[in-house]
Design a protein around this ligand. Structure first.
Ligand code: AFP
Length: 282
């Protein structure tokens, strides 16, 4: 596992250099499985990660948000499978907002129950990395090296409300939930990049991030294996919660396809209880 974490750390260092040195934020001619137009940077970041993980005999294969299928390496008996989103929020890169990379390290199969560890990186004014297994640990890039900063723990309640999806398509439940949060004094913080938006809540100690199901997107937008499940582990070990619109813990959800999506709510405990109340979940 340590070797996998090291390969991920090296990939993050290379991607952060690529982002800060590249002047080319243009789109390629390709679309990914979710129908998003791919930036050249998405594809280059994807290649960096593949090259680093391919060197390891303990990795059986990889699944990238930028590719249709799992790529198996020639290590049939190897323990680990890695699912990743090489550059999440990349549509924000041309306006110089923060973007991120997300990794889930699974054992033998891509299922929430088999998620052993997750890592994410935020490329912002600074580069930060969070590694989660039985705890969630924050590292900061200082003079070319990641230095441990602190463990992440959420308070019972926070003040931030970050919600996505097209507002005109929100359900009545979701509208009422969001109104209640604002009535209770929550402040809106939403950049449109899942990684910095969740990092914000985790570092400030609480709040709610939601990407609901809507009529247009009944299964939400965010992808389970590459985006939501890795963060579900982070929120769990940081004393928070991660549920879908039926109140199911995200890591208990089954995926039928690699690119399956789900509605999702990440937050501290009081906010997760409020979601359950407003969505009528017993
Ligand atoms: P991009 O990678 O296409 O920029 O999408 C980012 C993202 O998957 C996630 O990071 C955001 O939380 C979410 O989409 C934002 O979606 P909306 O623009 O619909 O709010």
């Amino acid at each position: 596992m340590l070797a996998v974490l090291k390969a991920i750390e090296n990939s993050i260092l290379e991607i952060s250099k690529l982002i800060s040195s590249s002047g080319d934020f243009s789109y390629s001619d390709n679309k990914n499985s979710s129908g998003d137009q791919q930036l050249k940077l998405d594809l280059e970041s994807d290649k960096i990660i593949e090259q680093n993980l391919r060197k390891l005999t303990i990795v059986q294969g990889i699944a990238s948000e930028e590719r249709e299928d799992i790529i198996y390496f020639e290590n049939d008996k190897a323990e680990y499978l890695v699912a990743y989103d090489p550059l999440d929020g990349s549509s924000l890169i041309d306006v110089n907002l923060s973007v991120g990379s997300i990794f889930g390290i699974y054992k033998y199969s891509f299922s929430g129950r088999n998620l052993m560890a997750s890592v994410y990186a935020v490329y912002g004014p600074r580069v930060e990395m969070v590694v989660a297994d039985s705890t969630a640990r924050l590292y900061r890039l200082i003079q070319g090296e990641f230095k441990f900063v602190r463990e992440l723990k959420l308070n019972k309640q926070g003040k931030i409300n970050a919600t996505g999806g097209t507002q005109k398509d929100w359900s009545e439940n979701h509208k009422n939930l969001i109104n209640k949060l604002f009535q209770n004094g929550y402040r809106l913080r939403y950049s449109g990049g899942m990684v910095p938006d969740l990092h914000h809540i985790l570092l400030k100690g609480g709040g709610l991030f939601s990407y609901p199901a809507t009529h247009e997107q009944p299964k939400g937008k965010l992808r389970l294996l590459f985006e939501i499940m890795p963060f579900a582990l982070v929120f769990k070990v940081a004393n928070g919660g991660a549920i879908d619109k039926n109140g199911k813990f995200i890591l208990d959800l089954k995926t039928e396809h690699l690119h399956d999506t789900s509605s999702v709510f990440f937050g501290s405990n009081n906010e997760i209880s409020l979601v359950k109340e407003y969505y009528g979940i017993k």
